[in-house]
Design a protein around this ligand. Structure first.
Ligand SMILES: *Cc1c(COP(=O)(O)O)cnc(C)c1O
Length: 226
């Protein structure tokens, strides 16, 4: 486990060096969705502080079983409006806002602004959730009515099995879109961050400007391997 963490840290640092970036610009979110509460606790004990879950029930359960003063929970999955209330008190960042119905619930249930990413489907794959790139600006404008939805940036998932060239293209288009949205200077949507990069593509994502990487299998493995 320690070796896995060190190995990922080393690869993040090397990607930073190659792209002339600082390690501090990047938040490592350990995606613990496929490991047990016990193993999740072990990563927290190794000072992993950002944890990502994609099921509201799992996040709620782990919030009560995993102990750590500095733990921050990230919700990265498809979020249903009626389940927003279950996680809203415990979540630090929601990476997957792509519908006004969800934004409306976040706004209604939260007692303070919540950091969110708007999910974008840059590859246009039918199976992926997220907005089409040209829908993002009107969506951000519509979000002005929900002041508790504080959009810190854009998130994407690249298609599995894409070539390096395709990955760079997708990550660059998300970065360009983020830059365009940041330039709009929406008060509720500063759009300074980019959540992109998973086990198979996080180094390329960092080279292309990611500020949050969401790493599951390469970092925490899966319960079967434990
Ligand atoms: C599962 C998941 C990840 C992590 O995937 P790995 O390939 O295991 O690193 C990242 N982001 C989202 C949205 C996920 O669902």
């Amino acid at each position: 486990m320690k070796e896995h963490i060190e190995e990922i840290e080393r690869r993040i640092e090397e990607a930073c060096l190659r792209s002339n970036r600082q390690r501090e610009e990047i938040t490592l979110v350990a995606v613990t969705k496929s490991i047990s509460d016990e193993r999740t606790q072990q990563f927290v004990d190794e000072n992993i502080q950002h944890l990502g879950e994609n099921r509201t029930e799992h996040l709620v359960r782990k919030v009560s079983t995993v102990r750590g003063e500095h733990v921050k929970w990230h919700f990265i999955g498809n979020l249903q409006s009626r389940k927003v209330k279950d996680i809203i008190e415990d979540v630090s960042v929601i990476h997957s806002v792509d519908r006004l119905s969800v934004a409306k619930q976040i706004d209604k249930r939260a007692s303070k602004p919540i950091d969110c990413f708007v999910q974008v489907n840059v590859s246009g794959e039918a199976s992926k959730s997220g907005l089409a790139p040209n829908e993002v600006e009107p969506f951000l404008i519509a979000l002005q009515q929900y002041p508790n939805v504080h959009v810190i940036g854009l998130m994407t998932m690249a298609p599995y099995g894409a070539s390096e060239e395709e990955l760079r293209h997708y990550f660059r288009s998300l970065r360009q879109l983020r830059d365009d949205m940041r330039a709009c200077q929406f008060v509720h949507a500063p759009c300074t961050e980019l959540s992109m990069g998973m086990s198979n593509d996080f180094e390329i994502a960092i080279e292309e400007g990611a500020t949050y990487v969401r790493i599951g299998t390469a970092l925490v493995g899966s319960e079967e391997e434990a």
